[in-house]
Design a protein around this ligand. Structure first.
Ligand SMILES: [Zn+2]
Length: 62
């Protein structure tokens, strides 16, 4: 048996470093990322995009 550690890790596209699949989280694209990176990115995205109440009300009507 050849121990392939590469199989257990992926590249976090947010920070560009390798992330172990055992401790990673999956973003909305299904890609493995660090939990910290994903949390940071999500927080940044929410700050960049101001609240979108229109979308919410549209969804509620449907
Ligand atoms: Zn990362």
């Amino acid at each position: 048996m050849t121990a392939k550690k590469e199989t257990n890790s992926a590249i976090c596209w947010i920070c560009g470093k390798s992330v172990e699949l055992e401790v990673c989280v999956t973003d909305e694209h299904g890609l493995a990322v660090h939990e910290v990176c994903y949390t940071t990115k999500t927080a940044l995205t929410e700050k960049t995009r101001p609240g979108n109440p229109e979308q919410t009300s549209l969804r509620r009507q449907v």
